[in-house]
Write a protein that binds this ligand. Structure first.
Ligand SMILES: NC(=O)c1ccc[n+]([C@@H]2O[C@H](COP(=O)([O-])OP(=O)(O)OC[C@H]3O[C@@H](n4cnc5c(N)ncnc54)[C@H](O)[C@@H]3O)[C@@H](O)[C@H]2O)c1
Length: 284
């Protein structure tokens, strides 16, 4: 049976077919062509099947976000399928899952490869979204260093002294810095490569969203997360569907004037940290 006879449909490319990414795609991709990229063949099979059985038009591709060639091939494949109107990057590892080096390579450099590669293929009027984190607001980077980082090519990011000396020391710091770097990567692309293609790109910084990735985090440092949630205005964790709702806004018609910015969706955690209501670091 042919479910959809349309051709040359708008393409939605998702890198990292995990909880948040698939919730976002499900929210925006009816009547479009979906390309799912992930390092896990098993996840692609499961998620692809789930989408197909829910009436979506989907293709899958094994992609390793750590490898520039692989990410570039993914962007080319998306462009072959039709006009690339949406790109979403959620491929990431969290502090308790990985070494500082892996976090820098995946959450920072890998994201840079993806932003660069899709900056070559986005269609006019298209929109991109990187999933950063509330952690991006937890370790302020001095302005002069941010300026240096924003003007450093993706391949050279790891060689910046600050990355070597601070980010590579500890997985938590690596995560905070990599996620802040995502904001800067979106800003730079919005002002340069993506701007030239007349495409927009933004980031969302989610707070604690319950997904399998978050479960790993709770297992390793549950008490810290509990205290953070209890001190927040929302007094609860968030869901992938709530992130998808915000993503649909940023990727859609009503956000045509928004590019190069970040939207913090954290239930008020950062507000409580910034005002001193919640102390992120112990003072002993
Ligand atoms: N869950 C939270 O509480 C939370 C909060 C803030 C930010 N985030 C960020 O949101 C993003 C998505 O998180 P999630 O909870 O949906 O996680 P998830 O684990 O469900 O999804 C991440 C996906 O990335 C894929 N991936 C990992 N390494 C890859 C690689 N090298 N190449 C290609 N794909 C790879 C995984 O296979 C997985 O499918 C991550 O960047 C995470 O850091 C999560």
């Amino acid at each position: 049976m042919i479910f959809d006879r349309n051709e040359q449909k708008a393409v939605v490319a998702l890198l990292g077919a995990g909880s948040m990414g698939t919730a976002i795609v499900r929210r925006i991709a009816a009547g479009k062509k979906i390309l799912l990229g992930d390092i896990s063949e098993k996840a692609l099979e499961r998620v692809g099947d789930d989408f197909r059985r829910s009436g979506y038009d989907v293709e899958t591709m094994v992609v390793n976000a750590l490898q520039k060639d692989s990410v570039e091939a993914f962007a080319r494949k998306a462009a072959e399928l039709g006009p690339v109107m949406y790109f979403i990057d959620t491929a990431g590892a969290s502090p308790n899952q990985a070494s500082p080096e892996h976090i820098v390579n995946l959450d920072m450099v890998g994201t840079g490869y993806a932003v660069d590669a899709f900056g070559e293929v986005m269609a006019q009027g298209g929109a991109g979204l990187i999933i950063s984190s509330q952690a991006a607001y937890m370790y302020p980077i001095p302005n002069d260093i941010e300026l240096k980082l924003v003007n450093t090519a993706t391949e050279d990011l790891k060689d910046v002294k600050f990355i070597q000396e601070v980010a590579m020391k500890d997985s938590g710091l690596a995560y905070m810095i990599a996620k802040r770097m995502n904001h800067l990567q979106a800003q730079r692309a919005a002002a340069t490569t993506w701007r030239k293609r007349r495409a927009r790109i933004n980031t969302i910084s989610p707070g604690v969203i319950v997904t399998p990735l978050a479960y790993d985090e709770f297992r390793a440092s549950g008490e810290g997360y509990q205290a953070m949630i209890d001190a927040s205005a929302a007094q609860r964790t968030g869901t992938s569907d709530e992130i998808a709702e915000v993503a649909a806004f940023l990727l859609g018609e009503h956000a045509k004037f928004i590019t190069g910015t970040d939207l913090l969706v954290d239930g008020g955690v950062i507000a409580s940290i910034r005002t001193g209501e919640f102390k992120l670091w112990r003072e002993d």
